[in-house]
Design a protein around this ligand. Structure first.
Ligand SMILES: [Zn+2]
Length: 333
């Protein structure tokens, strides 16, 4: 009996402590986060969002374990089981400043934790606000996990921004460990534990989010192989480069050469240039393509040519290269 009372007291104490953790404006200073341009209401909304995350306290799974293990990626990505205090700590660690910027964008991160937040954020639903901040926080890791263009044939819509056409727009991820993966992982936990009343919204948003993680799908329209003799294309490299150099403001020059491959780079600055490698045989090209396919930049392979695109590239080069090769009689399939 006394043991039971002890346990009851322990539970009550824990619950009280939990309820007492009411976050205030000091959370910004405590975590060395500069807040620029927010009015009182915007600060309040942000603190309320932090509070909702802090209060996450999963109880019982509402899907069976087997299904949960099949879909849950949270622990693998975040390195802890979902719980409010750890999740909030994870986010705050990745925020250097929160800046009100009145643009069409909901939120952006410069890759170093300086997060810009627009009007759209403050009128989003509570669930959206939570996953937006988690998404932006992930952009602070390892160079930012910059988005890549969604495929030209991308069939999905942007639920949050109905006016936004995702086809060819930089709203997808080339990696399964970028911002959309973290966003999706969070949404799945909300769904599986029914953490909030609107857990069905989390389910729909989860589906919409995983659509942006390209390696999970077969939407890569740019993975084109050819049954032509690859060495024919290799021997035509000078002609292909000449044709490409007549295109827009791109100028390709040779950067290295081996027995089996030759690489060119476009002359723009480091972050905005293409690298194009011609391979003598398709096997080497595929190895090279696969080794680079997990980069955050778009990488495509066409008829033994592997191309690394600059961040945010809209694949205009892919289309040009495709038409040059087709014009030379290469049967692309
Ligand atoms: Zn993003």
């Amino acid at each position: 009996m006394s043991k039971n009372i002890f346990i009851l007291l322990l539970i009550l104490t824990k619950t009280n402590l939990y309820a007492a953790d009411k976050l205030s404006e000091s959370i910004f200073a405590k975590n060395k986060i500069k807040v620029n341009g927010f009015n009182e209401q915007q600060k309040k909304i942000t603190i309320e969002t932090f509070q909702k995350i802090y209060n996450i306290n999963p109880q019982k799974l509402k899907v069976n374990n087997k299904i949960y293990n099949e879909y849950s990626n949270f622990e693998k990505l975040f390195q802890f089981k979902i719980n409010g205090p750890n999740l909030l700590h994870w986010m705050l660690k990745r925020m250097k400043s929160l800046n009100y910027v009145n643009t069409w964008t909901v939120a952006t991160n410069d890759g170093a934790g300086n997060i810009s937040i627009g009007d759209e954020f403050f009128i989003s639903t509570e669930l959206e606000k939570m996953y937006i901040l988690i998404h932006e926080a992930r952009h602070s890791d390892y160079g930012g996990f910059t988005h890549v263009p969604c495929p030209d044939n991308f069939p999905f819509i942007s639920v949050g921004q109905p006016e936004f056409v995702l086809k060819s727009a930089p709203g997808c991820d080339k990696t399964t460990t970028g911002s959309y993966a973290y966003q999706a992982a969070f949404l799945y936990e909300v769904f599986a534990y029914q953490l909030f009343e609107n857990y069905t919204e989390a389910g729909y948003l989860y589906n919409s989010t995983v659509s942006r993680i390209l390696p999970l799908h077969d939407y890569e329209s740019n993975k084109v192989y050819s049954d032509e003799n690859i060495s024919f294309i290799f021997n035509k490299k000078n002609e292909i480069i000449k044709k490409l150099n007549n295109f827009q403001d791109i100028y390709f020059f040779k950067i290295w050469e081996t027995e089996n491959a030759i690489a060119y780079s476009s002359e723009k600055n480091e972050g905005a240039r293409y690298t194009m490698i011609f391979y003598k045989n398709e096997k080497d090209a595929i190895i090279s393509y696969k080794a680079k396919a997990n980069r955050t930049q778009a990488v495509f392979m066409i008829a033994g040519i592997v191309v690394f695109c600059p961040y945010g590239d809209n694949k205009s080069l892919f289309k040009k290269l495709y038409s040059i090769l087709a014009g030379m009689g290469v049967a692309l399939k």
